[in-house]
Design a protein around this ligand. Structure first.
Ligand code: SAM
Length: 262
């Protein structure tokens, strides 16, 4: 693993460990991650009789529980996350559900944790956080049943209504990467590896309060303004959101859904 990859992963783990309360509060109010999971399932065309699914980067279990609501009781739900604190919340919340198995581990080492195959593997708002996404996806492909699918929700940033990136448009010189790599890297790799897939974009209008609360989740704030104290990050986020809405009243949040067939 390169030293960039190691540092990036360590920062992600620590940032999410520090994000639990903000993350839960944000989600209870806005239901973003729940709705993204429903949208992803809808876009992949559902699944006939899924009996084993895997949620990669399950966080506090919001996505895992949303998958449960889609696929029901007769399915086993495996979920993995690198942040022990996020995972502890998931375990506590869903301790009563016998068919949930939460695992503390790195999504780039899926083969260390799983042998049996899955009907579907979900990367719910997590793939862009994996520096070696290729390694993870390679392993996920070997863990798929014959007609299995990998479904990914990929954060593609903030845009105007035509999909143009608002940071590039209004904040020249501000270097902000939404994750460890960009969507074009993923698309290029899928094409070069001849992996069957389809992608679709999902844009929705983001109010300034929603965006402020999203960007002040510690893991987000640290991505936007690294190497600052959290208090400083919060005030920089507020300033950033104020400036953004003064340039662009209609701000959209953009997600890309990618579905891979085995
Ligand atoms: C934006 S959160 C999404 C959480 C959850 N899927 C949801 O929809 O609420 C991203 C999650 O990916 C996890 N993550 C990041 N890198 C990871 C890695 N290398 N292995 C496993 N989990 C990882 C983070 O700890 C975090 O909980």
């Amino acid at each position: 693993m390169s030293s960039f990859d190691e540092r990036f992963k360590k920062a992600v783990r620590e940032n999410f460990d520090a994000s639990v309360e903000h993350y839960e509060r944000f989600e209870q109010k806005h239901h973003l991650f729940e709705n993204l999971t429903y949208k992803l399932v809808e876009i992949m065309g559902g699944m006939e009789k899924a009996s084993r699914v895997l949620d990669v980067g399950c966080g506090t279990g919001i996505s895992t529980y949303s998958l449960y609501k889609c696929f029901g009781d007769n399915c086993s739900y495996y979920a993995i996350d690198i942040s022990a604190n996020m995972l502890d919340i998931a375990k506590n919340k869903y301790a009563d559900l016998g068919n949930f198995i939460f695992i503390h581990g790195d999504a780039e080492n899926l083969s260390d944790h799983f042998i049996e195959k899955f009907d579907a593997i979900f990367y719910t708002a997590s793939l862009f956080l994996l520096p070696d996404f290729k390694k993870s996806l390679h392993q996920a492909l070997t863990l798929l049943n014959n007609r299995g699918k990998i479904a990914i929700s990929f954060y593609s940033g903030l845009s105007d209504m035509r999909g143009q990136d608002l940071i590039k448009k209004h904040f020249e010189g501000f270097s902000y990467r939404y994750g460890a790599f960009g969507l074009p890297d993923l698309i290029k790799w899928l094409k070069a590896s001849k992996i069957k897939n389809f992608t679709t974009e999902y844009l929705f209008q983001a109010e300034s309060e929603f965006l402020t609360e999203f960007l002040t989740i510690p893991a987000q704030a640290a991505g936007l303004f690294p190497r600052q104290t959290f208090n400083k990050q919060v005030s920089l986020v507020k300033e950033f959101v104020r400036d953004l809405y003064s340039f662009e009243k209609d701000t959209f949040m953009k997600w890309t859904f990618i579905v891979i067939s085995s």
